[in-house]
Design a protein around this ligand. Structure first.
Ligand SMILES: [Mg+2]
Length: 352
C-alpha cells in the first residue's frame, strides 16, 4: 500500500465506544443475516419484507456465525498481546473453531494444518473469498489512529487463511474503511462525501487492480437515495462470498445510510452472503456511530453465553488496556538517562 496517510494519527479515534461498536455491529449484522444466508434479495423481500428482527435459521435467533466467531478470536489475541501477532491468532482461530457456525469448506484444511503445528503463514489457501474481510472490522477500530498499522495487521490476519490478492485486498479495504469511519465519527464529520471510496481505491490498488476497480464502481452510484440504493448495489455487485463482490456493497450500504440500523438492514436486504455483508456493514456503522447507537432490541437478542455479547464487550476493554500497556512499555524511560543521552548526542534540550 502507498505510504501516505489519509489523516495524521488521531488517538481520539480509538475508543471503547468505537471498538465495541465495530465488534457488536459485526455480531448484529451477522446474526440478522444468518437466517437468510444464500437467499436472493427478492426472496428475502417476499418472505420478510424489511428484515429487521433477529430470526432463527440454522442457528437460534440472535446467534452468530463463523464471521463473528473468528472476530472473537482476533479480539482474544489483541487482549492477550496488545497487538496483532499472527502465530498467536492462528492458535485462537483453532481454539474457537466450531464447525456448526457455518465455515467455508477450505477452512477445515487450514485448521488441520494449524493443529499439525505448521507455521501460520503456510497454513492458508489461495481463496479469494471474503473470510479475511468478514472478521477484520475490529482491527480497523483497534488501530484507527494509524492506517499503516491497520494495513499490516489486516494483511497478517488474512494471510493465516487467505493469501489470494483479492482476499488480501478485501481485508485491507474493509479494515481501512472501518478505521476511517472511526476517525470521521470521532471528528464529528459526515461519512458521505468524505472521500472514503477514493481513499480505499488508492490504498488497495497496489494490492490488487481488480479489487480496486470494483471498489471504484461505488463512486458511480447515488449513495444519497436509500430507496434506489438496494437495486443499484444488487445490479452492480454479485454480493456473493468473493471479497471483490461483497466488500464494496457492504461499504455502499454504510455510505448510503443515516443510522447503524439502516445500514445493517440495507446490507442484509442485498441477499447473497447476507451474514457477512451484514457483519461488514455493521462493523463500519458501529465504528462510525458508536456502540450505543445499535438497536437495544438487537443487542438484547444477541447470544450471550460463554463467548457472546458481554464477553465480547469485556474483550474490547481488555484489548484497549493491553494496547495502552504495550505502548507505554515502548516509550523511553526518561529516568534511565536514555533521553538525556539521545539529546546530548544531538545537542538539543530534553524538555522542548
Ligand atoms: Mg458466516
Amino acid at each position: 500500500m502507498p505510504h501516505t496517510s489519509y489523516n495524521p494519527p488521531r488517538p481520539e479515534a480509538v475508543s471503547f465506544a468505537r471498538l465495541a461498536g465495530a465488534a457488536l455491529g459485526t455480531m448484529c449484522g451477522d446474526a440478522l443475516g444468518m437466517p437468510v444466508e444464500g437467499w436472493s434479495a427478492a426472496a428475502i423481500a417476499q418472505a420478510h419484507g424489511r428484515l429487521e428482527r433477529m430470526l432463527p435459521g440454522r442457528l437460534p435467533a440472535g446467534h452468530y456465525t463463523d464471521d463473528s466467531q473468528m472476530m472473537v478470536a482476533i479480539l482474544e489475541s489483541l487482549a492477550a498481546k496488545g497487538r496483532l501477532q499472527p502465530d498467536h491468532l492462528a492458535q485462537r482461530f483453532l481454539a474457537r473453531f466450531e464447525p456448526k457456525r457455518g465455515y467455508g469448506g477450505r477452512i477445515f484444511g487450514v485448521m488441520r494444518r494449524i493443529a499439525e503445528g505448521q507455521p501460520w503463514d503456510q497454513v492458508g489457501t489461495d481463496s479469494f473469498g471474503n473470510g479475511g474481510a468478514m472478521r477484520v472490522g475490529v482491527v480497523g477500530a483497534f488501530f484507527a489512529d494509524d492506517d499503516q498499522a491497520i494495513g499490516r495487521a489486516a494483511l497478517d490476519q488474512c494471510r493465516i487463511t487467505h493469501h489470494h490478492p483479492q482476499g488480501l485486498a478485501g481485508a485491507a479495504a474493509m479494515a481501512l474503511a472501518v478505521g476511517l469511519a472511526a476517525r470521521l465519527g470521532a471528528a464529528g464529520r459526515p461519512h458521505q462525501g468524505a472521500g472514503m471510496v477514493e481513499y480505499l481505491v488508492d490504498m488497495v490498488r497496489p494490492l490488487d487492480e481488480h479489487s480496486a476497480s470494483r471498489l471504484a464502481r461505488l463512486a458511480a452510484l447515488r449513495l444519497d437515495r436509500p430507496g434506489d440504493l438496494r437495486r443499484a448495489l444488487t445490479a452492480e455487485f454479485a454480493c456473493d462470498v468473493t471479497a471483490a463482490e461483497s466488500v464494496p456493497p457492504a461499504i455502499g450500504a454504510f455510505l448510503g445510510s443515516r443510522s447503524a440500523a439502516e445500514a445493517i438492514v440495507l446490507a442484509v436486504s442485498l441477499g447473497g452472503d447476507t451474514d457477512t455483508i451484514g457483519a461488514m456493514a455493521g462493523a463500519l456503522a458501529g465504528a462510525y456511530w458508536g456502540v450505543d447507537t445499535l438497536p437495544s432490541s438487537w443487542l438484547e437478542a444477541l447470544e450471550n453465553q460463554e463467548t457472546g455479547r458481554d464477553y465480547v464487550l469485556g474483550l474490547c476493554r481488555r484489548a484497549l488496556a493491553a494496547k495502552s500497556t504495550l505502548t507505554k512499555s515502548h516509550w523511553p524511560d526518561t529516568s534511565s538517562g536514555f533521553v538525556q543521552r539521545a539529546a546530548s548526542s544531538t545537542g538539543r534540550a530534553t524538555d522542548s
